[in-house]
Design a protein around this ligand. Structure first.
Ligand code: SF4
Ligand code: SF4
Length: 363
């Protein structure tokens, strides 16, 4: 028990959970809550009593899809969905061994500073690949070429080290003594869930859900689906271009088609989510934190600059503006990669591990 933990949770962004009076409504409305997994109420109790180890071992944190139905129906406005989001930030920061995530999640100015510094470093690294360009010649009169490269390597190594460490910590935390049961069956179910978000789709089946009866194309699960698959398709197209050294820019070329579909999905999903975060149709969108905005803005900028470049290539536009956009696009993409272990993005690693553990102990 650690009663001071309440203050710590507040610093990760949960401001209202102390108002909870344990009525259990949130658990009753959550379609993902099951006997033995009575979230989110369970987490309110853990946070109030400061049971940190229990929180860090809870795979249920990652099974929640942040639909917000629990917060909409809480009679005390304790916003349990906001608490779960804050505990996820706390867990990401605790799994990350350098301590950097702890600092940037608790301090908005530091978060912005780290993001900008990383962006500048990688813009410099990219420019150093073309030392004969006018900008590079001017720049490297003042900055040591080697220093930039080593700084970039250190940042990348730090991120990969943090990611691997977080991966093993999360595996170690879940059900360590339980024997594996039907691992292939659990893997299959995990992949299906990651592919179609069946559990997330069930969230708005609760009759009083704000999203019940709304068209599926604007529902949160579908927007999440678009962002997830947009990423996968764009990553696939980039990897194929790289592996096959494919310079073909024909619009019907397979990698172009995959990339265009991925870009459209990513742009659609991230644009609508940003509109929701601005308008705040439900409580979950009204409690947007800087970490949420950073994540969304990077996604959106990467998609937007990607389409700009595609149009520029077809139009044979080789102006300085196009090169500037190319640089900006690559910096955004690299920055998302580098911030993976230190940001909200890390849920893409921890959720599949939690789902796998859930299915293998359930089956
Ligand atoms: S609905 Fe609100 S008050 Fe009731 S248990 Fe959940 S968080 Fe607490
Ligand atoms: S946000 Fe949705 S999925 Fe998460 S605990 Fe609340 S009702 Fe359940």
């Amino acid at each position: 028990m650690d009663t001071k933990f309440i203050n710590e949770v507040e610093r990760y962004g949960a401001d209202h959970f102390k108002a909870c009076y344990d009525c259990g409504t949130c658990t009753a409305v959550c379609t993902l809550s099951e006997p033995g997994h009575s979230f989110p109420r369970y987490f309110v109790r853990l946070a109030k009593t400061g049971q940190k180890d229990e929180i860090l071992r809870s795979r249920e944190l990652w099974l929640c899809y942040a639909c917000g139905d629990c917060s909409e129906n809480c009679p005390r406005n304790a916003d349990p969905a906001e608490l779960i989001a804050a505990l996820r930030r706390y867990t990401i920061a605790s799994y990350e061994p350098t301590g950097l995530t702890k600092l940037i999640f608790k301090s908005n100015p530091l978060y912005i500073l780290v993001t900008l510094v990383l962006a500048v470093i990688f813009a410099l690294v990219l420019l150093s690949f073309h030392p004969q360009s006018d900008v590079s010649r001017w720049l490297f009169k003042y900055i040591d070429y080697e220093t930039i490269h080593y700084t970039g390597i250190v940042a990348a190594v730090l991120m990969i080290f943090s990611l691997i460490s977080g991966f093993f910590t999360s595996i170690k935390n879940y059900s360590p003594q339980k024997p594996m049961s039907k691992p292939w069956d659990a893997l299959k179910k995990t992949l299906i869930e990651m592919g179609i978000f069946k559990r997330y789709q069930s969230c708005d089946t609760y009759e009083d859900s704000y999203w019940a009866g709304k068209p599926w194309i604007i529902k949160p699960w579908f927007l999440h689906f678009c962002i997830f698959w947009g990423f996968i398709l764009l990553f696939t197209a980039t990897a194929m271009d790289y592996l096959f050294k494919n310079p073909n820019i024909d619009v019907w070329w397979p990698t172009r088609i995959i990339g265009t579909i991925g870009g459209l999905l990513l742009m659609y999903g991230s644009t609508i989510v940003m509109i929701y975060r601005l308008l705040g149709p439900t409580k979950i969108y009204q409690s947007t934190k800087l970490a949420d905005w950073v994540f969304l803005i990077f996604i959106w900028l990467t998609g937007f600059t990607g389409f700009w470049l595609e149009i520029s290539i077809f139009a044979h536009d080789h102006t300085m503006l196009t090169y500037g956009i190319l640089l900006f696009h690559v910096v955004c993409a690299v920055e998302m990669f580098l911030l993976f272990a230190f940001s909200k993005f890390a849920h893409a690693l921890y959720r599949p591990i939690a789902l796998y553990d859930y299915f293998r102990t359930k089956s």
